[in-house]
Every structure is written in structure tokens, then in C-alpha cells.
Write a protein that binds this ligand. Structure first.
Ligand SMILES: *Cc1c(COP(=O)(O)O)cnc(C)c1O
Length: 377
């Protein structure tokens, strides 16, 4: 797959890429996603979490990489579990995967969501007792696959430990009535400190023991995301829900991509639209999602090597020139093939790499490259 999408663009013969039209219309900025690199990350994640399974987390349009293309390639690479956030997303993913994949959703609002989730054959992450009551109320035509969430300290949602036994009683009634199967117990941890995570894991294990004692043995346990899934074997359980590392986004202040064995898959690129004596202008700016607070603080990759980004305006940015710079030259602002990764930029403004990727506006077309080369399984 390789092509130019969007209006006002033409094939640029010199660069073999997509460049701005000679008349100055349109926009050259693109978010390029290398699906072969994505496939390599998937095999790396699979190896790192094995024998646990990898659930590919897809929230926010696959961390802004474009959910459809990501899901299709993941399926080809043998991913069987998808973490789709809400029911609407889960249904969209189900349309792509067909019946076999397991699709876990965990943002459920009400009985309507539950009914729609069951109808789309989704795995439902349930984090409060009201939803269990709602489930009894709708009496689903096929049993809902319930993953019960214990709140292990993040207090986002999840059943508080002191309410866990009451929730188990409700779930037992649902299972007995044929309205639910107990598929999983799960939680989400901060991964900010090992000590906090250890405390969370203890609560998690206690909740699981209580469930088993109540006659409810979950088929699956899942607790960790990228960081703990890679670093801490005892957190892997049956499934590890990995988002960031699948897309090659390393943790801010943590180990580098090389150490983790992952590679960035996305790159924000733009073309030179104006050349002055000392600087050039490229047509990507803060309206496309590049934080203007980064001006003067990082380098973009140009055909002549890294050059400092001097200013970030609404739809264009100014960077230091190089000898022979020409309109149409391509610059990688950040990401794959660039001088800075999303997380490198994030660290400059005290945020995380995911945030930098998610800011890339949806008006910036996503373009996919793939040679079809498959990594070894
Ligand atoms: C976002 C999210 C993940 C994935 O986290 P990463 O750090 O991106 O791997 C896993 N589980 C839940 C519940 C999440 O919201």
C-alpha cells in the first residue's frame, strides 16, 4: 500500500513522495505509518509477554495511527485480542475482524451499551455494580462475557475492594441465570512506581482468590499494560494489554526503544514550501498538532541532516536552512526516520509520547507503507 491521499497533491517525481502542488495549494504534511515496523513491534511484544497473550490496545484511533489499517495488519500478524475502549469502537473493530477475534471494551455507560456489546459479541469490562444490575435487567439473548474489574488504587472505575464480595454475589446470580459467563478479572495499574504496582497486584490477587472461593474462577486474568508487561514477569498473568509499545512509543523517562526492542512506526513529515537565506518554511504547524512550545528546542530531519526548528506557526514552521535546500524537499518533523521521537518531544514539555502522537490532527492524512515483508513469528 502506498499512495497520496488528500486534495491538491500530486506525485513528486524528484522525491517519489507526495508533495505540495506547484501552485501552492493543498498541504503536504502527512503522518506516515510503517506497517512492517508495526508488525515487527507486534512480534517483539508477543515474545516479551509470552506465554501470556498480547491484547492490542486501540483507543484513540490506535493512538492516532488509524484504527482500520492497524487492525487489518494486526489480524494478518496473528493478533487475537483487541482492546477497543468503548462499544462503538468495538463494533467497528468487529466489522473488520469477523467472528473469531476477542474484542474487549471497558467504557460502558448503561444497559443500552451492554445490550449493544453483547450483540456485537464483545468482551465486557465491568467496573461497577450498577452495570451488573443492568445486565440482569436486559436478560441478554446470549450470555454476556464479563470481565470484572477490581479497583486496585487508580480509582478510575472498578469495584472497590470492600464491595467486591457483593459484586461477586450479583455476578453469581447472573451466571446461574445464564445471563453472563465469568471470563476475566482485571485491573489497571499506574506503572509509575514498582511499590504502588506491587500493592495493586496484592489487591488483585486477593480479589481473584475471593472469586475462586465464591465458585467463580475467571478464565483470564489481566493487569499490566506496556511497561509492567515488559519489565515484570509476575504482572503478565494470561493477557497483557499493550498499546504504546505496539506503536513504538517508549515511556517518558524510561528505557529507550533499543533497550525495549521496539521502533517508532509513525512519522510526521512535511515539505519545504519557501526557502530564504538562512531558514526554510515547511507546511506543518500548531494547527496540525505540533505544540508551539517546542520551538527552538528540537531538530527536524532534513535531507542534509538535523536542523533546529526555530518557530512553529499556525500552519507552517521555520527551520534552519541547508545548502541546496529547495521547495518540495521533505522534512521529518518527528518519529520514524526523524531526529526526535514522539517521546523525545514529550520529554521537552513534560508530557508523554502518546500525547504528542494524539495531537497530530485528523486533518493530517495518514499514509501507510508496507513492503509485505513479514517478521519471523
Ligand atoms: C491505555 C490502556 C492500556 C494500554 O496502556 P499502554 O501503556 O499504552 O500499553 C491498557 N489498559 C487500559 C485499561 C488502558 O486504558
Amino acid at each position: 500500500m502506498d499512495g497520496c491521499h488528500g486534495l491538491g497533491r500530486r506525485r513528486d517525481r524528484r522525491h517519489g513522495g507526495c508533495a505540495r502542488g506547484a501552485g501552492g495549494r493543498g498541504m503536504s504534511a502527512e503522518y506516515r505509518v510503517d506497517l512492517d515496523a508495526f508488525a515487527r513491534n507486534l512480534s517483539r511484544v508477543r515474545a516479551a509477554v509470552a506465554p501470556a497473550r498480547h491484547m492490542l490496545v486501540l483507543k484513540d484511533d490506535a493512538y492516532a495511527h488509524g484504527q482500520d489499517a492497524i487492525v487489518r495488519r494486526a489480524l494478518e500478524e496473528g493478533v487475537t485480542w483487541f482492546g477497543a475502549f468503548d462499544v462503538a469502537t468495538g463494533r467497528a473493530v468487529r466489522e473488520i475482524t469477523g467472528p473469531d477475534a476477542r474484542i474487549f471494551v471497558w467504557l460502558l455507560g448503561d444497559a443500552h451499551d451492554l445490550a449493544a456489546g453483547v450483540a456485537a459479541d464483545l468482551d465486557l469490562g465491568i467496573g461497577n455494580e450498577e452495570l451488573l444490575d443492568d445486565l440482569g435487567g436486559i436478560a441478554p439473548p446470549t450470555p454476556a462475557r464479563v470481565h470484572l474489574k477490581i479497583d486496585t488504587g487508580l480509582h478510575r472505575n472498578g469495584i472497590r475492594p470492600e464491595r467486591w464480595d457483593a459484586a461477586l454475589t450479583r455476578l453469581t446470580a447472573l451466571v446461574d441465570a445464564g445471563a453472563a459467563t465469568f471470563e476475566g478479572i482485571w485491573s489497571h495499574i499506574s506503572e509509575a512506581s514498582d511499590a504502588d504496582d506491587d500493592d495493586a497486584r496484592e489487591l488483585f490477587l486477593a480479589a481473584r482468590s475471593a472469586a475462586v472461593q465464591a465458585g467463580l474462577a475467571p478464565r483470564f486474568s489481566h493487569l499490566a499494560a506496556s511497561a509492567a508487561g515488559f519489565a515484570r514477569e509476575s504482572f503478565r498473568e494470561d493477557i497483557v494489554r499493550v498499546g504504546a509499545f505496539s506503536y513504538g512509543i517508549r515511556p517518558a523517562g524510561g528505557p529507550g526503544e533499543g533497550e525495549l526492542g521496539i521502533e517508532p512506526i509513525g512519522a510526521l513529515t512535511a515539505a519545504v514550501v519557501e526557502v530564504d537565506a538562512d531558514v526554510v518554511r515547511i507546511d506543518v504547524g500548531h494547527l496540525h498538532g505540533l505544540p508551539s512550545t517546542l520551538r527552538g528546542r528540537f531538530s527536524a530531519a532534513t535531507p542534509a541532516g538535523p536542523r533546529t526548528v526555530r518557530s512553529i506557526d499556525a500552519t507552517t514552521s521555520v527551520i534552519d536552512a541547508w545548502t541546496g535546500a529547495a521547495v518540495g524537499d521533505e522534512v521529518t518533523v518527528f518519529g520514524r526516520g526523524g531526529a526526535a521521537s514522539a517521546t523525545d518531544l514529550a520529554e521537552l514539555i513534560d508530557t508523554i509520547g502518546e500525547e504528542i502522537a494524539l495531537r497530530v490532527s485528523s486533518v493530517v492524512p495518514r499514509r501507510y507503507t508496507a513492503n509485505g515483508s513479514r517478521p519471523a513469528r
